[in-house]
Design a protein around this ligand. Structure first.
Ligand SMILES: NC(=O)c1ccc[n+]([C@@H]2O[C@H](COP(=O)([O-])OP(=O)(O)OC[C@H]3O[C@@H](n4cnc5c(N)ncnc54)[C@H](O)[C@@H]3O)[C@@H](O)[C@H]2O)c1
Length: 264
């Protein structure tokens, strides 16, 4: 069952010392910021990314700040690779407390009608299949240890119109799988939830905007009611909170973090 944290003091709820966390796609952008916040809170963080070189650089930067971090080459589209890495990391520390499914790709076409079958499959394969592989692998290990938290990074694109079909379908699918896993795992003390960022300035988002010939968000202005676009750490702090005892009674939920862009 989910832990009753009623009498736990606030500092103990937010401290991740001794926790073991994995962030997929943690080499840059939102994932890198998430890894940094989890490590700052005391967790030993494994950064798993298809871009091994950048993953190593991100982990080295954290170690340079006195944090505990390792880097791992991982393609989340491979169920075997994901299960193997989850098993290896679990054996190494004897536990796995937090798994953040953050790795994703942005769609190439802006127009839904222009989406090719190849693009559809590629986006679904990374964003939906990859999240399923991570959630399933982490859930099995966490169920055995009787607790843990899985955070899936979705998007406001899963909640509103105006998004390209492949990306929106993948992220909507992740919302569905998040609820299904959450329902099945709550009795085992494992929480599964989603965080939905709005437009956030990252390298991936800037590359996608440039491909699409739209404002790339790298300027300070714009971004809806908040008067600016989100920054990776705006999302990372929410993921961190979701992963701590502060959200110990939150599971199956989608937490929107968009500065009011979609929610207002
Ligand atoms: N930036 C935004 O505006 C925005 C908005 C809503 C949701 N999101 C979501 O936030 C998450 C992070 O986005 P970002 O903007 O930081 O993206 P990004 O492109 O800057 O970073 C994504 C990371 O995922 C890695 N990756 C890609 N394919 C992979 C694979 N097959 N296996 C392992 N790693 C892989 C990349 O190498 C990269 O390091 C994604 O899930 C994205 O859909 C972003």
């Amino acid at each position: 069952m989910l832990q009753d944290l009623t009498d736990t003091p606030l500092p103990d709820l937010t401290d991740l010392t001794g926790h073991h966390a994995v962030v997929t796609g943690g080499a840059r952008g939102i994932g890198r910021a998430v890894a940094a916040r989890l490590a700052e809170a005391g967790a030993a963080v494994a950064i798993a990314d298809i871009d091994a070189e950048r993953a190593h650089a991100a982990a080295a930067a954290l170690r340079g700040q006195g944090r505990e971090a390792t880097a791992h080459a991982l393609d989340v589209t491979s169920a075997e690779q994901v299960a193997e890495l989850a098993g290896l990391l679990h054996r190494r520390r004897g536990r796995l407390d937090v798994w953040v499914n953050n790795a994703a790709v942005f769609a190439v076409s802006t127009s839904t009608l222009a989406t090719t079958v190849r693009e559809w499959r590629e986006v679904l394969s990374v964003n939906l299949d990859g999240t399923f592989h991570g959630t399933a692998a982490a859930a099995r290990l966490m169920r055995e240890q009787g607790g843990g938290c899985i955070v899936n990074i979705v998007s406001t694109a899963a909640l509103r119109g105006g998004a390209q079909a492949a990306y929106a379908a993948a992220k909507s699918g992740v919302v569905g799988l998040t609820r299904a896993f959450a329902e099945e795992l709550a009795a085992s003390g494992v929480r599964v939830l989603a965080v939905a960022p709005g437009a956030t300035v990252t390298e991936g988002a800037i590359e996608a905007a440039r491909r699409h010939g739209v404002a790339d968000g790298s300027s300070a202005a714009g971004g809806g009611v908040a008067g600016r676009y989100g920054r990776p750490d705006d999302i990372a702090r929410v993921v961190y909170a979701a992963a701590t005892g502060m959200c110990g009674w939150v599971t199956g939920s989608v937490i929107t973090a968009d500065g009011g862009e979609w929610t207002c």
